[in-house]
Design a protein around this ligand. Structure first.
Ligand SMILES: Cc1cc2nc3c(=O)[nH]c(=O)nc-3n(C[C@H](O)[C@H](O)[C@H](O)COP(=O)(O)OP(=O)(O)OC[C@H]3O[C@@H](n4cnc5c(N)ncnc54)[C@H](O)[C@@H]3O)c2cc1C
Length: 386
């Protein structure tokens, strides 16, 4: 059976879907808004779980290549008190491959492989049920029709409105991301503080998390509870006396505001902010927990487009697993007339599973960035192998 299938978005969900379908000799068109694979920084590191992201890579025939690239030592996790005391220091056991880390850029290149992605094809609107199939409108004015359109276009999906009226809402937690390069040579003290994997410090309604990527690159996330417009008045919204509005494009002003927000924390911890380069504002948005929609023939969603949830190490894993599962189901469908039933069954299973994860990660975020830092520690004690 041969359908005109398009996947919108070349993130973990879309590329895994396309790669697994490709492995089953099915044609699929990948339409990506970015003009080129390296058009923007690929982002930080992802831990891929054995039964989720790694399973998806196995379905794509890429597990061995993933193992060669990934960093099992990156599973190390250290938690510090705000005064710098080490409270927990988990190290992976030899041979532990439950959740190894991989840079997003490496994962993207691994998935891209032989795929023929059409870059620079930003979708603006998807119209189901036209005479010739599902109509896709592009930002450059072009349009094209397909039998099945998969929306894997992330948090602010342009496919989603074709089947659901849900939109993401702000969680009340903002991340400001910065990074350090060549940490082992330029900042050996900080390198030792972070260790081989991640390091986190939890305070009252705020946290600082540092994650090692490959090649001595470290991403740091300053996390705090604040209204969405916190930067318009730091005095009123964050209690930073005498500080008015903040220009988020002014790196030195952002650095100084974050240092004031985390004032009193141990000096080596604050060095992560002192030495950070650019600062990126990432207010966390989510879709409603258990986001579901009435099935619309010819259109479906995967990954963040379907179930954007707090970033607690699950989103990319789910996105990849869903991509692999949907592709396998499509490849196994007996005939063209079964395609719609396959997608409907997939949606039911995806929505139920994602709903459970959305509940867990929403509750997790409440505990990680909370008025009581002991909650964050207790959460890790619950989930980390002893
Ligand atoms: C700080 C942070 C840390 C995280 N850490 C982890 C982690 O450790 N483990 C984990 O599992 N998850 C993690 N996540 C979550 C994870 O990043 C997402 O769940 C995952 O990227 C979702 O994949 P996706 O393919 O659905 O969407 P995305 O990764 O958002 O990809 C969407 C793609 O669609 C493209 N696109 C967007 N709009 C259009 C359009 N209109 N037309 C065409 N293309 C379009 C985009 O350019 C992009 O390439 C983290 C998230 C954050 C914010």
């Amino acid at each position: 059976m041969r359908h005109r299938i398009a996947v919108i978005g070349g993130g973990p969900a879309g590329l895994t879907f396309a790669r697994v379908l490709h492995r089953h000799d099915h044609a699929v068109t990948v339409l990506e808004r970015d003009p080129a694979p390296d058009a923007r920084p690929p982002g930080g590191t992802l831990d891929l779980h054995e039964g989720m992201g790694q399973l998806a890579l196995d379905k794509a025939g890429l597990l061995a290549e993933f193992r060669a690239l990934s960093r099992p030592e990156g599973q190390a996790m250290r938690i510090l008190d705000t005064d710098g005391t080490v409270l927990r220091d988990w190290q992976p056991r030899p041979g532990d491959r439950a959740n190894p880390e991989i840079d997003r850029g490496q994962l993207r290149d691994l998935l891209l492989g032989p795929l023929d992605v059409r870059w620079g094809r930003g979708v603006t609107e998807v119209v189901p049920r036209t005479r010739d199939g599902v109509l896709v409108h592009f930002a450059d004015g072009r349009q094209e029709t397909f039998d099945l359109v998969i929306g894997a276009d992330g948090a602010w999906s342009r496919v989603r409105p074709a089947i659901s009226s849900a939109t993401p809402h702000y969680t009340g937690v903002t991340f400001v991301e910065t990074s350090l390069d060549d940490i082992d040579t330029r900042h050996p003290g900080l390198a030792r503080l972070i260790g081989d994997g991640s390091m986190a410090v939890y305070g009252v309604n705020r946290a600082l998390v540092a994650q090692r990527n490959s090649g001595g690159h470290v991403k740091v996330y300053a996390q705090f509870r604040a209204p969405l417009d916190w930067h318009t008045n730091l005095d009123r919204h964050l209690g930073l006396n005498g500080r008015a509005g903040l220009d988020l494009a002014d790196a030195e002003a952002v650095r100084s505001s974050l240092l004031a927000l985390f004032d009193g924390w141990a000096a080596p911890v604050l060095d992560l902010l002192r030495h950070g380069t650019a600062f990126v504002h990432r207010p966390l948005h989510v879709l409603p927990v258990s986001h579901a929609w009435a099935h619309v023939p010819g259109v479906t969603l995967l990954g963040d487009a379907a179930h954007l949830m707090p970033p607690l190490g699950v989103g990319a894993n789910l996105a990849m697993l869903e991509g692999a599962e949907l592709a396998e189901s499509i490849a196994a469908a007996p005939g063209p007339e079964d395609l719609d039933e396959v997608v409907r069954a997939f949606e039911e299973q995806m929505q139920a599973r994602a709903g459970r994860w959305a509940k867990m990660t929403t509750a997790g975020l409440e505990r990680l960035v909370s008025p009581d830092p002991a909650e964050a520690l207790a959460l890790f004690d619950d989930v980390q192998p002893s």
